[in-house]
Design a protein around this ligand. Sequence first.
Ligand SMILES: Cc1ncc(COP(=O)(O)O)c(C=O)c1O
Length: 395
Amino acid sequence: MADVLLTRDGRPAAALWPASGFVHLNHGSYGRVPLAAVDHQQRLRQEMEHGTARFMARAPERVRRSREEIAPFLGVDAQLLALVPNASAGVSTALRSMPLPAGSEVVVTDHAYGAVRMGVDRAAREAGAAVKVATVPLDADAETAADAIWSVVTERTAMIVLDQITSPTARLLPVGEVCARARARGIVTVVDGAHAPLLLTDPVRAAGADVWVGNLHKFASTPRGTAALVAHEGVADRLRPLIDSWGAPHPYPHRFDQQGSDDYTAWLTAPMALHHLEDELGWDRIRAHATSMAERAVARVSEALADTYDDDPAVQVGMPVGPIRLAGLPAAVAVRPDELRARFIAAGFEATFTEHDGRLFWRVSPHAYTTEADLDELIERGLALLSRASTAVGG
Ligand SMILES: Cc1ncc(COP(=O)(O)O)c(C=O)c1O
């Protein structure tokens, strides 16, 4: 695998993105939108300002066409795909549309995304239901993880909410197996595939969930505010958008196409962004390059840390994911993840750190534009920031 991914006409992939001034190794948090998509969205905004009423009148039809173009990228039927602003909204939509019965239980894991977990907790509290948390060891393989999740399922379980790719630990969960078992028992499944679109090749089919949600503004690099919600035929009729608007009387998914006076330009730009990166680079090549860079980053960081610190920070992740990986940090780096992130940003790095089960991790999520030179900088300057963080705490 080459150090620099080239466009089909021979330019470095980085030329497709606006220069950020950062060494960017954290595509997984907020994505990065290619220049051509930024321009396209800007043109749509101008069109909106130069004829707002006409733009708004045509928006639902254009949103429908967007859905139809997005659907093949996810391998789904456009009639089962709705657009929502983000993965959090998608999970909230499922929780609001399919309320938990009083006295029932909802299952999550200890790797759940914090903000989504807050939504589950509130829905359960308001319904008089209980939240059951399955503990999945970081190194658990698919079978062990599925057993761990299933071990907290009881005859009161009404819903299971699972991350397809976990946020703090960058691992897969065996969502397909759990969803299949749950369906046989009449338990509703919601898969939070926030990171999955285009990062995995067939995430919706692999999950087989009643409701699957995934952000297009992460790996897929569309403008922010664009997420897909895919319903299983059996529950589609029950799903209502969080915002009731003029589409309310329409069947699923058309009732999601109108969300009041909103800025629909991100949804209208999403298909163009997906096609653009396919045409310029190809999604298979992007995935392969990002995977190779993620593996190199973790290997180089782990090796350098092992040379610098006494304890071996190596981490064993069961079901790791190609382009989003974890490097363990030594116990000496006893600084909160958000404080570490702030220090890295101040030094010109887009990097993120997570915490799980009392351990601190560096989560690396490169993309098409990442080069070996970025990794050199990470090792040369990034590691120094870590040792400063540990000295500061020690002293
Ligand atoms: C697993 C998971 N779920 C949900 C989210 C939230 O995404 P959003 O802020 O777009 O709703 C994230 C964000 O990183 C995530 O990793």
